[in-house]
Write a protein that binds this ligand. Structure first.
Ligand SMILES: Cc1ncc(COP(=O)(O)O)c(C=O)c1O
Length: 395
């Protein structure tokens, strides 16, 4: 007799059946609910969304903004996004190049649905946030990775290696800079070389620059925004999640040439039919009045980075480079090749939650990731637990 569950699964699209499960979720499920555990596994801080932003959503609901809304986003929010970008990048932006999505994750989905057919390939520098690959595979696409390398200058990307994997099946290059989990941040010259290559080959670039303002080497990280020209095949992924402590809200945006507006509107229509108006009202307030909140998040991350650096620097068993951007420390531990096993042990034996490097692809194995966007007191305690555990177990 056939097992009914197996029979149901057998009826799925192979691409849906074969989706990988998240390695971070496995550690999270193992540690969830443990008293006193310090969670640093997810890509979010410990600060709840500030009242200023939450109140804007509540006010919108209270005044009855509960109906279907503009698919591409409220015009006021799209205009606010254009002003926000103009402030950061000191060049003009137009409201009609911004499209409001259900978080950065849905901006990634829409970007891929615009350009990728089943069987086509996307190139990704790795280790990388696993959801890029998951979203590509859900569409039946394929991933080709190029390894980022940890050397004396921190994490670097060999551009020749990147270009070498761009064979005829490749449609796009996914550039996440500053990157999760490594903090790798492309220089302006590297971005220019990638853009030139993409132009020559007719490739798309999906530019995930959500951590662009978490940059520790002065100002905003180098960006495709500074070098792009009309007609470039560039799709920017962005989100409210990190800058304004809104991870649970699920609101972000895609920035794309306005010529794509019709196709994007249809994709939004057939995926989610738009983002709730009350969330968009909150987004407007975040952009217009949330400067101090964003500043606080950036300062918190800079302090966290330094706490982690000071804790890890004296240890011979650990190899790491303080990240140029984003808010993660990715580090290698001597003698701990199986990062999933190490992360599970750190839950059980040190009461701290870290993400295993293997969750970011084979290139991440042997590493662990700490999200350091947390209060200094808690992070210091977490580092005491980690270094204590390392002194007993690594080397
Ligand atoms: C590199 C990167 N891109 C996109 C996202 C998605 O962000 P959101 O929470 O808005 O979906 C994340 C979240 O961790 C991320 O790390």
């Amino acid at each position: 007799m056939t097992d009914p569950a197996a029979a149901l699964l057998a009826g799925l699209r192979p691409a849906a059946r074969a989706l990988p499960s998240s390695g971070i979720v496995r550690v999270f499920n193992h540690g969830r609910g443990r008293p006193g555990l310090i969670p640093m596994w997810a890509g979010e801080g410990d600060m709840p969304t500030p009242r200023l932003i939450a109140d804007a959503a509540a006010a919108s609901l209270a005044c009855g903004e509960t109906f279907y809304t503009a698919q591409l986003g409220l015009p006021e929010l799209r205009a606010a996004l254009a002003r926000y970008h103009a402030d950061i990048y000191a060049r003009p932006f137009k409201a009609d190049e911004f499209f409001v999505t259900g978080g950065g994750m849905q901006a990634i989905q829409i970007a891929l649905q615009l350009i990728l057919d089943a069987g086509e390939e996307v190139v990704i520098p790795a280790p990388a946030w696993p959801n890029f690959e998951g979203a590509i595979r859900a569409l039946g696409g394929r991933v080709r990775t190029v390894p980022l390398r940890l050397g004396p200058a921190g994490w670097t990307l060999d551009l020749d290696a990147l270009f070498a994997v761009c064979g005829p099946g490749v449609r796009a290059i996914f550039v996440n800079s500053p990157g999760n989990p490594t903090g790798w941040t492309a220089s302006r010259a590297e971005l220019r070389a990638i853009l030139d290559f993409a132009r020559q080959r007719g490739l798309w670039i999906v530019a995930d620059e959500i951590y662009g303002r978490f940059h520790y080497e002065g100002g905003v990280a180098p960006s495709f925004q500074e070098i792009r020209e009309k007609g470039d095949r560039l799709l920017f992924v962005q989100t409210f999640s990190k800058m304004w402590a809104m991870t649970g809200w699920r609101i972000g945006w895609l920035q794309a040439p306005k010529a794509l507006a019709g196709a994007i509107e249809s994709l939004i229509q057939y995926n989610t039919s738009g983002v709730a108006a009350f969330m968009q009202r909150a987004g407007i307030v975040a952009l217009q009045e949330g400067r101090a909140i964003a500043g606080e998040q950036i300062a918190r991350a800079a302090t966290g980075r330094e706490i982690v650096r000071q804790a890890l620097a004296p240890l011979n068993s650990v190899r790491f480079a303080p990240p140029a951007g984003a808010f993660y420390q990715f580090f290698h531990i001597e003698g701990q090749a199986d990062s999933m096993a190490t992360a599970l042990r750190l839950v059980d034996e040190a009461n701290i939650g870290l993400a295993p490097g293997i969750a970011f692809g084979a290139e991440g194995e042997g590493h662990l990731r700490i999200c350091f966007l947390r209060s200094a007191t808690e992070l210091e305690e977490a580092m005491r637990r980690l270094t204590g555990w390392l002194s007993r177990n690594a080397g």
